[in-house]
Design a protein around this ligand. Structure first.
Ligand SMILES: [Zn+2]
Length: 120
């Protein structure tokens, strides 16, 4: 599956919205109820973080259901089909290179650049 590229702020916003919806029971994690009322997430819903969770049992039938409503899980779930692009960081880096290049051409002789001295 191809991942959707998304900016970090947009991604965080999506996670926040889905987390809030799940908390208010407006949205539900994808899964099935089995005998004994235990709930299990579907393969699409399952993430690496779910492996650390207590397996649903008679005494704890919703252990994974509760986990799938956490922010940590929602974030991991969205990371499965989203790729965060640091667009702003790239722009900043590009801007710095243009700045350094213009210094080099205006001085017209070899210069030693000390990156730390040029930060901020
Ligand atoms: Zn999980």
């Amino acid at each position: 599956m191809r991942k959707v590229k998304i900016r970090k702020e947009e991604f965080e916003e999506k996670v926040k919205k889905e987390y809030a919806a799940r908390k208010k029971r407006k949205s539900h994690p994808d899964g099935i109820f089995e005998k004994g009322n235990r709930w299990f997430p579907s393969d699409d819903e399952k993430c690496d973080c779910c492996k650390e969770i207590r397996w649903p049992s008679w005494n704890y039938p919703f252990s994974l259901m509760v986990h799938c409503r956490t922010k940590k899980h929602v974030r991991n779930l969205f990371l499965k089909d989203h790729e965060i692009v640091e667009e702003d960081a790239q722009k900043k880096e590009f801007g710095k290179k243009v700045f350094l290049a213009s210094i080099c051409t205006s001085i017209k002789r070899p210069v030693v650049l000390y990156p730390t001295g040029l930060e901020d």
